[in-house]
Design a protein around this ligand. Structure first.
Ligand code: ADP
Ligand code: MG
Ligand code: ZN
Length: 566
């Protein structure tokens, strides 16, 4: 029970934080925790999770102990709170013994409203004994998805958090995360012993963020176009997969007169701290980073988040894009996505350590991400549905604004797949996308001549589509699991599902990337090439009836392979 003298949460919100009203489910959560209840809170990035434990820490007697993996941000968070007059401190490995002692003394003297702790501190017996000698208002477990072993941010130290509960069973606990799939939620609740806690799920919609996923041609140039046309002078984050590409992209942007800074785990801690602080304090800085950057960063005016490489999961993508537009103003989430991304990610999963179940799990995450990229539906609806929430077409994402056509890609699929099949079965060879496309489009390259691939019956069967269109076809075959990447050379192989396509038992719906007149895209054969060559449709129909006959006898095109052969 709260003493009568305890301040009311709304007073604290107004007086200390200077806000008028609670947002979303904040009030519900705060009242529950103030009254001593446990809570598991799921709110999108930028939703306002911090107040959910900061306000109760001020309302309740004692110190709110906040466990957070964001060591690099603790100083900033504490400074920001102190500027509001909140008595806050932190304990982590970056402090010298004097600083640590001062914080410990303040805690023991009851002079701290909030104490931020790095999770590894909880493993240290002296920390637990210190906590035991003071008065704890509540435990807050921020970024609680770090306890999920399958997640991308797993921290083993988070597993120690269940011991805290055993030791202080009467102290309320509040766990918070922006990672919200049912599976992760269940895992968090179980591992933190919060299955009986009140679960509060906020809407995951971020209406001010415009989601766009563009076909990748020349990503850096596309990025530059985006920044110049829509975000001149704006602060933003550009995510790249590798450290090297972070460095190169930052260099490229700087060369173009854009104040960009690199950030990745390979840089000195001191450099990282300096870049992070410039990003937070100066205006219009573009941070080019690996996913090592961004968790917990509370910069309200990040106007865009751009991904130059495909994220590994929808959850990661949503967290990263959620760093845009915390101030509620219009912001852009832009992702460039292409064939090479799919090849690379499939290969990375293949080569990753861990057992089959682990790889399967990674594969499912990737598939969900690919489905988001290839969808013809509203991106926002797809995202919300992924997090188990309903949604209406938003009218603001790229697919709402420029609806992509869907088209029947069965015959182009058969052309590519039968090329893979013939190379394997007639030549015992396998190749990557570029060469396959050269074969079907009938390009006489040196490699084609070297292997006499112009002798293949499938040579030139696909001259009706342009090379970019073929790349989109191959990309979607990979995305749909109708082609597999294999071996060190990333060549293609058929899957069980691709045989169904070759036998004419399965159709292959595809998305046509909307054409946007950009400098990088000089020509397109779209105008003269119908989606599904009409003269071929009847062939496909006849084929279903003619199974068993040989291609030669019936004049069936070379790219069709009969079921008994596949
Ligand atoms: P999260 O941790 O969920 O990503 P934060 O707690 O960092 O989000 O809050 C995001 C931003 O929203 C902060 O700038 C915060 O000050 C602001 N904010 C949170 N709650 C409110 C509120 N009730 N009214 C106005 N602004 C708020
Ligand atoms: Mg936060
Ligand atoms: Zn939409």
């Amino acid at each position: 029970m709260l003493p009568d003298t305890a301040p009311a949460p709304l007073d604290v919100l107004r007086r200390v934080f200077g806000y008028d009203a609670f947002r979303g489910p904040q009030q519900e959560v705060i009242e529950h925790v103030c009254a001593g209840g446990d809570a598991l809170v799921l709110m999108p990035t930028g939703g306002g999770k911090s107040l959910c434990y900061q306000v109760p820490s001020l309302v309740r007697d004692g110190t709110g102990v906040v466990v957070s993996p964001l060591i690099a941000l603790m100083q900033d968070q504490v400074d920001a709170l102190r500027a509001l007059g909140v008595r806050a401190g932190f304990l982590n490995s970056t402090q010298n013994p004097d600083e640590r002692r001062d914080t410990e003394r303040a805690y023991l003297d009851g002079e701290l409203d909030l104490l931020y702790l790095a999770p590894e501190r909880l493993r240290v017996p002296s920390t637990l004994s210190l906590l035991g000698r003071g008065r704890i208002a509540l435990f807050a477990i921020d970024e609680a998805h770090c306890v999920a072993q399958w997640g991308h941010d797993f921290r083993p130290d988070y597993l120690a958090l269940s011991e805290v509960h055993e030791r202080w069973p009467d102290v309320p606990r509040i766990a918070l995360t922006a990672t919200a799939t049912e599976a992760t939620r269940t895992e968090i609740a179980q591992r933190l012993d919060l299955t009986a806690a009140k679960q509060v799920v906020a809407s995951f919609d971020r209406p001010n963020i415009q989601y766009r996923i563009a076909p990748k041609n020349e990503p850096r140039k596309q990025l530059l176009d985006l920044l110049r046309a829509e975000h001149p002078g704006d602060a933003g984050i550009v995510y790249c997969l590798s450290r090297k590409s972070v460095e190169q992209t930052a260099e490229f942007l700087v060369g173009q007169g854009i104040p960009a800074l690199p950030y990745h785990a390979g840089l000195d801690a001191e450099v990282r701290a300096r870049h992070q602080s410039r990003f937070l304090r100066e205006e219009g800085v573009v941070m080019v980073a690996t996913i090592a950057f961004g968790m917990g960063i509370d910069k309200p005016d990040v106007r865009f988040v751009a991904h130059l490489d495909l994220p590994k999961s929808v959850e990661g993508y949503y967290q990263e894009t959620g760093r845009a537009g915390r101030d509620g103003l219009p912001s852009t989430a832009w992702l460039a996505y292409g064939l090479a991304d799919v090849v690379q990610q499939r290969k990375m999963i293949d080569e990753s350590e861990g057992d089959r179940a682990h790889k399967q799990r990674l594969g499912q995450h990737l598939d969900a991400m690919l489905a988001l990229c290839e969808t013809v539906q509203c991106r926002r609806v797809r995202l919300l549905n992924y997090f188990g929430q309903p949604g209406e077409p938003c009218g603001n994402c790229d697919t709402c604004l420029t609806p992509p056509e869907s088209w029947d890609g069965t015959i182009p699929a058969q052309k590519i797949l039968s090329t893979v099949w013939r190379l394997k079965n007639e030549r015992n060879q396998s190749f990557g996308a570029g060469h396959l496309i050269d074969i079907v489009t009938g390009k006489r390259t040196a490699k084609v001549e070297q292997f006499a691939h112009d002798q293949l019956t499938v040579f030139g069967v696909g001259a009706d589509l342009s090379e970019p269109e073929w790349r989109a076809v191959v990309r979607q075959l990979l995305a749909q699991g109708l082609l597999a990447v294999q071996g060190a050379y990333q060549t293609f192989a058929l899957t069980d599902a691709s045989s169904e396509v070759l036998r004419g038992e399965r159709e292959v719906p595809m998305r046509r990337d909307p054409v946007k007149a950009t400098r990088t895209r000089s020509r397109s054969s779209r105008g003269d090439a119908p989606a599904l060559a009409p003269e071929l449709a009847p062939v496909f129909e006849r084929l279903r009836a003619w199974r068993g006959a040989t291609a030669k006898e019936q004049g069936v095109p070379a790219y069709v392979i009969f079921h008994n052969a596949v």
